[in-house]
Design a protein around this ligand. Sequence first.
Ligand SMILES: [Zn+2]
Ligand SMILES: [Zn+2]
Length: 259
Amino acid sequence: MGIPVHARWWVFILLAVGILLVLSLLALDRPDVVWVGESPECPHCRLEVRWYSHRCADCRGEFDWTSPAEEISPISGATLSPQEAEWVRDRVKALTAEVAAARVATALGLELAFAVEYLSSVAKGDCGWCGGTRLDPSDGSGEGLRCPACFGSGNGIACGGDRTMRIGDQRAARAYAAYDRELSDLMRSQVPDDIKRQGARRLAREFLASHEGTQEAQGIVFWPALLPGELNGHKHPGGMPTVVASRERLNLVLGALAD
Ligand SMILES: [Zn+2]
Ligand SMILES: [Zn+2]
């Protein structure tokens, strides 16, 4: 006498539920990977583990892969530090807003009205290109008035505004690899320069829409300067990272307000 057919189904379902329950308890039980600086360590034996792995190659212990907490994430130097932001506020006060804006407008080759807005907006963690205004009247390249560096978020692209960069984000790493590949293909193609620039803009905007604030965002190329040309008074053959373009603009602002 075997088990009746309809009862077999019940046995099967109960077994399946039981197995799922045990598996989820095991998964809940797994400790997180331990971050020491920028290197991931096994929570069981504390030896370094492979990025994005879930099992230690040495002790075979299992763990969950997670990004480190914000407090121990690396800092992005592409935006103003709290001290620099305070210095800017003090200097604007000392020089008066009009004089400070006039100096910045000259140094950056921008309209005075934008320099006024830039200086009243810029704070720690802000996009250095637009100063957190989200706009860029100097752009004139088809993006309208939207900032070509942060695409209107107003944040430093590698920190998302809090100055810390998220590391160990596997989705960002995959998206960046795809961005890099597509940009290389675009640069090798025979299309006119303008099409290359617009393509690079689209790729950068798509990446940042989901992965602003990640370490990978540091590699995004500043698309208006994608092709050999001059930016911030320097020659930049073959493009430059957006974080560098933004930081250079901040440096020009700091220089203009000095003395
Ligand atoms: Zn281990
Ligand atoms: Zn911006």
